[in-house]
Design a protein around this ligand. Structure first.
Ligand SMILES: [Zn+2]
Ligand SMILES: [Zn+2]
Ligand SMILES: [Zn+2]
Length: 221
């Protein structure tokens, strides 16, 4: 009488390499394929290659349009937010510890909330989320007026500092996911985070300050 879903403990076949993976290891496994694609590490795959511009699902690696978008629960009453998805490979994981790379689970690819003002939206009682490894592509596509450089030399709006932290991939994570040394990108130092600086007033103040700075730069050049 019930619909035949994938049994919780059955191994899952990776859409990229066809390996049979323990359900609890799937997110990390797909994270490795995705980060390799991001860093340009060549892979010989029997299945589909990761298409970064298609926002690959962090549970199965397929384009979001063929799978599902992730959300984050609101963490009401002090509970930790948790990731949700309709992906058939979805598996609940402990969200908070997954934000940090570990030897057992190097990948920190988890759904996060985009911190650019007015991007966050409600979806089925949760918050709309973006997979960490897809944030770069998300900014390019949906927030083209924002800068992906920490140096801010391109004249675009700097990202909220907390978002740079959300996007950060550590050396430990790259090593853990077998990124070849030559493929590891240069990382600018992360800005220090001001405590609780996320009100709309402080955001517009920051944008104003940036505009002034840009005018000065233009005058100089
Ligand atoms: Zn695989
Ligand atoms: Zn999926
Ligand atoms: Zn956004």
């Amino acid at each position: 009488m019930e619909k035949q879903q994938i049994t919780n403990d059955a191994k899952r076949r990776c859409y990229q390499c066809f390996a049979e993976i323990e359900p609890a290891r799937m997110r990390n496994h797909v994270g490795e394929h995705t980060l390799k694609a991001m860093c340009g590490v060549p892979e010989t795959l029997q299945g589909q290659h990761i298409a970064l511009f298609e926002f690959p699902c962090g549970f199965c690696g397929r384009p979001e349009r063929l799978c599902a978008a992730s959300t984050l629960t609101k963490g009401i009453n002090g509970s930790t937010p948790q990731a949700r998805s309709e992906c058939p490979y979805y598996r609940l994981f402990f969200y908070q510890p997954s934000l940090k790379s570990s030897a057992a689970t190097p990948s920190t690819n988890v759904p996060v909330i985009c911190k650019i003002p007015e991007c966050k939206a409600e979806k089925g009682g949760n918050w709309s989320a973006v997979w960490k490894y897809n944030l770069r592509e998300h900014i390019l596509r949906f927030h083209p007026t924002y800068s992906l450089e920490t140096a801010g030399s391109d004249g675009l709006i700097p990202l909220p500092p907390a978002m740079l932290h959300d996007m950060h991939i550590s050396d430990e994570e790259e090593h853990g996911l077998k990124i070849l040394k030559d493929c590891i990108p240069y990382k600018s130092p992360l800005p220090t985070l001001e405590p609780e600086a996320s009100t709309s007033t402080s955001t517009s103040a920051r944008t104003g300050a940036h505009r002034a700075k840009r005018r000065r730069t233009q005058k100089g050049g």
